[in-house]
Design a protein around this ligand. Sequence first.
Ligand code: M6R
Length: 587
Amino acid sequence: MCGIIGYTGGKAAAKIIYEGLKRLEYRGYDSAGISVLCDSEIRTVKRLGRVSALGGFLGKMHGSTGIGHTRWATHGKPSDENAHPHNSGMFSIVHNGIIENYSQLKSEYLLGESFLSDTDSEVIVKLLNKFYDGDLPSSLARVCGLLRGSYALAVICAQFDGIAVAKRGSPVIIGYGENENFVASDLPALAGMCKNVAVLNDGDIALLTADGVAIFDENLQGVIREILPNPAKPADLELSGCPHYMLKEIREVPAAIERTCQAYAYVENSVKKALAGVDRVIITGCGTAYNSGLAAKRYIESFARIPAEAEIAGEFRYKNPVVTSRTAVIAVSQSGETADTVEAAELALSLGAKVIAVTNSPYSRLTRCADVVVPVEAGCEICVAATKSYSGQITALYMIARTLAGFSAQSSADRIAPFPALCAQTAEREDIDGLADMCARSYGTYFLGRDTDYAVAQEGSLKLKEVSYVPSEGYPAGELKHGTLALIDIRTVSVFIITRPDLAEKCSNAVEQVLSRKGKAAVITNVTEVAERFKDRAYVIEIPPCDEWLSPLVSSEVLQLLAYKTALLLDRDPDKPRNLAKSVTVE
Ligand code: M6R
């Protein structure tokens, strides 16, 4: 949610920043901008639209220190004026986060100032210009002390050949190079640019020059933050011959499952320890991560017979949850930076729960607060729509549920073993196009299933609406007759997921109810009788027979491809759906 990057060293800063911004574009893509320091003067270019809109200006932006930003609008519509950087006097800043008290700050300290944008961020640079006393870290600390909300800030000043950085709530990584240093919101931006990184703590202020990095805590005492290897590789950012990251990442589902399964062996004992004596489990997350929690609830209750709930993180944190020291909270997040999920995890910790983080981001905020981290080894996920990370989450959550039920990681791995191959075959299916065509023409598409198939239905629906903008809902199949049936007519498509033989008959009744109302129906199933029954009346996609608990790995991949293909038919960009950003670090 907004990407920031900064460079100081001996090379042309604008080009490096431009490259970094392109890599960070998944964090926001409504406008972008760059400021560079050239002969003690700041030059800024910013434009509405994608980062590529800046490409033509790079030749004129000389200087070896600079900052850049790609925006996901919160305050103020997408426009040239609201794009970052924002400047005042000798300062230029980029900001990721939300300043909640910006109007109060304006009236308290900045009366009479004229503002060029409608953003909350411009207040920060005006305050810095007002309070600057010749010492950048202390002036920045003073301004930060006035801010309420979240921020990752990178600042350049005409009097200083370097970058000042401040952080609270929003993510910031410092990258260490040779005679050059970097700051960025996220690791992929720095892939191939520097080998080592450090993660700042909330309240930290950092000063970067070509020669070094100094970090201070909120009391301006010098501190050392651990220097860690940068795991992001340039290859992670390549499309590898695919037209879109979404397709590339769907093709990486098998590797995500395999690596997540292998990595679990290293944390099995810590998970066992954290779950000892637990009498209730809450799985929390947002969007896709919440949807994987819906499957996990079923796993935990079925395997371990322990009550489990899936809770949307933004609800959990505001509902005064019932949590005791015998509750385990599993916080699921691809990015590990989603504000609601991290806050939910922190709340659970403060109430005495054990918190297990399930995340694809090794240095994220979530990993730093949890008792135990279960890695999702999906690799960098660039497409805004989560695909391989969902499959990795399902794998990790399945293994956690089986640990709780007393099974060894090896026995779980044995069950998962056939799935990378099954998912590799699924990625190559060509029989989804017809259904994509039906969805693209539909007035609304509904996804229905029972139990784990219901969990997959929710995820299939989110994926379709997110990348194709076709209105879509997911329902438990049994709920159809309690209201949803009123929506069904010849213009709608209902997609049923039926992989549980014991529930096949009941779900088939729901398919009949749709067909009787002239609704179009599709059935994704590995139950032979179901495929036979509907082969002439519905669009049937048969998936291979497999372990019923793990069938979500295959059926969800079919739905990921369905969403991707539908988006292409409607001429949408599946990698960058409108209005969205990959990592939602604000509330
Ligand atoms: O990084 P997180 O897993 O915490 O992100 C949560 C949601 O924002 C995310 O899953 C979102 O719903 C995806 N765009 C869905 O494809």
